[in-house]
Design a protein around this ligand. Structure first.
Ligand code: FDP
Length: 314
């Protein structure tokens, strides 16, 4: 429903749009708090220190000052939102408990600055967020009540779903998010592919799948940032992103809770698919915060074709 008198549909601001979605006031508030936090993150990305922080995250990766700052911005905002009980971040070792009373509250898993190795070369990066009702963060992604990402590119855009389709908002000159696309839909198959990881470490099935994509005329489109790469596929409505198991890294690179679940939720909501090559990403039972898994995400038919190459039926 659209209810902002005197405004066209595409001048609608995020809060009003969310109020019209028939979701709880607490969820509206939470999404708006993330949107507010993103304004400080983009400011940090545009003007902040590009150096290292001198610390490492739970994966042993060196943290940038910007990783640490973005994490603090997000955490503080969520902590003081009044609607969040547990917080997990790719940059924190443990779950941060805000309150032990989960009544009417949400838990949030986020990656504050995904693609931070691209910051020093001034390419697009993003924030990824998954939202769960109550206090349990170690649940299959299908239990999420909402997912979103913010893309810090030449423009800043926010893409979200609360299970009622996928919407894109873009930041205007007043730093407000206004609606730019609604009910985003993926085509059944596409002609863009984004292959993560070192190709010489692919196994034979993944190598054959890549050759199949190339032979069918797919174009390589890979920025090295998960958020812009997924955003391209979602906004064009076509394509496939993969980060497969690699020789020496059987679980690939990307993280189930902080990266894959939110993106899988959004892509499924848009009529696409996301699997680990066997089962939907959203059906995986997480065993730990730091779980990684291989991923094939994008158009339904392309994702299912990947599965056929992996299980040997193709
Ligand atoms: P980064 O290491 O720069 O933070 O998961 C993180 C990520 O970037 C994703 O954004 C990106 O898709 C992937 O890693 C890129 O990895 P490769 O360089 O191995 O392809």
């Amino acid at each position: 429903m659209f209810s902002q008198p005197g405004k066209t549909k595409f001048q609608v601001d995020l809060r009003q749009h969310l109020r019209d979605q028939n979701i709880s006031g607490n969820l509206v508030h939470l999404i708006c708090e993330v949107a507010e936090a993103s304004k400080y993150v983009i400011n940090a990305v545009r003007t902040g220190d590009l150096g290292v922080a001198g610390t490492s995250n739970l994966y042993g990766e060196e943290q940038l000052a910007l990783d640490v700052l973005s994490d603090r911005i997000m955490r503080k905002r969520l902590q003081h939102s009044g609607v969040v009980c547990n917080i997990a971040s790719e940059e924190m070792e443990e779950i941060f408990q805000v309150t032990s009373n989960p009544q009417g509250m949400f838990s949030v898993a986020y990656d504050p600055l995904d693609g931070s190795s691209l910051v020093d070369v001034n390419l697009a990066v993003g924030t990824i967020v998954g939202i769960y009702q109550g206090q349990d963060l170690l649940q299959p992604g299908r239990k999420m009540v909402g997912a979103m990402y913010i893309l810090y590119g030449p423009r800043v855009s926010l893409v979200y779903s609360v299970g009622k389709g996928v919407y894109e908002f873009t930041m205007n000159q007043l730093m407000e998010y206004t609606l730019t696309r609604e009910q985003i839909q993926m085509k059944p198959c596409g002609d863009i592919y984004s292959p993560g990881g070192l190709r010489k470490k692919y196994n034979e099935s993944n190598e054959r799948f890549i050759r199949y994509l190339e032979e069918k005329g797919s174009k390589l489109r890979y920025s090295g940032g998960f958020v812009p790469d997924i955003n391209q596929i979602l906004m064009k409505g076509k394509g496939l992103f993969m980060y497969p198991a690699l020789d020496g890294s059987p679980n690939g690179k990307l993280r189930l809770l902080f990266e894959l679940n939110p993106m899988a939720f959004l892509l499924e909501q848009a009529g696409g698919a996301a699997t680990n090559g066997e089962i939907p990403i959203l059906d995986i039972e997480p065993e730990g915060l730091d779980q990684r898994c291989p991923v094939y995400i994008g158009c339904r038919e392309d994702v299912s074709k990947a599965g056929e190459f992996l299980n040997g039926t193709c």
